[in-house]
Design a protein around this ligand. Structure first.
Ligand SMILES: Cc1cc2nc3c(=O)[nH]c(=O)nc-3n(C[C@H](O)[C@H](O)[C@H](O)COP(=O)(O)OP(=O)(O)OC[C@H]3O[C@@H](n4cnc5c(N)ncnc54)[C@H](O)[C@@H]3O)c2cc1C
Length: 297
């Protein structure tokens, strides 16, 4: 029962399993590609920023690797989640996947699903996905809460924010968008051209800025590209309205494995993108309630 004092919890829809056709795999950068998924006649209802799950066990080509990894890790391999890079008004659902590598001495196990999604010659294949999930979405009353969305993303963390940005613009929401993307190099910049087009088509509404950590001469890329990590000074410059903005931050954070290793070696886990960004935002006085976050590697 709900009363005026205790509002009803939002109704959460159970994820539904769909069998979809992969129509195309399009490489966006040297290591990241978009899979376009055709849901046929199934009703597709999702919010920008949500994700789908994919069970790696459905692919016969991955059975031996999954069994090996399960033996090594002592637990069943889990579903992998992928945010939609498409927006709900677009005709095909799309997910954008970053390839994963096995780096001897650095990574503990070979990756399971991402390389297969990108290189397993899936166009034309029917695959099973579960959707749609995740609270990394705009609240219905977003325009009452803010007039400025600040997107702070790293690497493939740009995927759900790209969907949110396209959706907000398509719906004509009265919001300004500052999009701040952190990458290693120019070649790693995801959706660079699409973001440029959105910025050009929406002057005064969309502002895009990139930071690159591993380029030496970033000035040759123009005024919208800065050197280094997303630091406090940059956030201070870009977010004058720190009491009223809403921040959507997505990217890598300290993983459970980092924490386990830190415990074993008795050395604190090194803060990653998310911990660093949250630290800066808190120091600048952005209330935690104004920061929505999603983390993945
Ligand atoms: C909500 C959400 C949304 C996401 N959206 C996206 C997206 O849009 N695009 C995208 O590319 N990814 C996204 N991800 C990440 C994605 O779900 C996968 O984690 C990613 O693709 C890697 O999966 P994999 O099977 O290829 O690699 P995994 O098998 O998961 O391995 C990845 C890395 O983790 C290491 N590892 C795995 N298990 C262990 C262990 N037990 N101990 C130590 N190290 C270990 C491996 O050595 C490897 O380096 C999202 C994740 C979440 C939670």
């Amino acid at each position: 029962m709900s009363t005026a004092e205790t509002p009803a919890a939002p109704v959460r829809k159970r994820p539904v399993e769909y069998e979809v056709t992969v129509t195309e795999v399009r490489m966006e950068t040297h290591d990241t590609g978009t899979l376009f998924l055709d849901f046929g006649s199934a009703p597709v209802e999702y919010k920008a920023g949500q994700f789908i799950n994919i069970d790696p066990h459905q692919f016969p080509a991955l059975r031996a690797l999954a069994a090996f990894l399960q033996e090594q890790k002592g637990r069943r391999e889990l579903f992998r989640s992928y945010s939609m890079s498409s927006a709900p008004h677009e005709p095909l659902v799309a997910i954008t996947v970053k390839d994963e590598e096995f780096l001897p001495g650095l990574t503990k196990y070979p990756p399971l699903l991402a390389p297969y999604l990108l290189h397993g010659r899936l166009p034309g294949a029917r695959i099973k996905v579960q959707g749609f999930m995740g609270p990394y979405t705009l609240p219905d009353d977003v325009q009452e809460r803010t007039d400025h969305l600040v997107h702070i993303v790293a690497g493939s963390g740009g995927v759900p924010n790209f969907s949110i940005l396209k959706d907000a613009l398509h719906r004509g929401l009265k919001l300004r968008h500052t999009v701040l993307c952190s990458n290693k190099t120019w070649a790693d910049m995801l959706f660079r051209e699409e973001l440029e087009k959105l910025e050009a088509a929406n002057p005064g509404t969309v502002k895009v800025l990139h930071t690159l950590t591993r380029e030496t001469e970033e000035s040759r890329f123009g005024p919208n590209v800065r050197k280094g990590r997303i630091g406090q000074a940059l956030l201070e410059e870009l977010i004058p309205d720190r009491q009223t903005c809403l921040v959507y931050a997505c990217g890598p954070a300290i993983s459970p494995w980092d924490r386990r290793k830190a415990l074993e070696t008795r050395t604190p886990a090194t803060p990653r993108f998310m911990e660093a960004v949250l630290g800066h935002l808190h120091t600048l006085g952005v209330d935690d309630k104004r920061i929505k976050r999603e983390t993945y590697g």
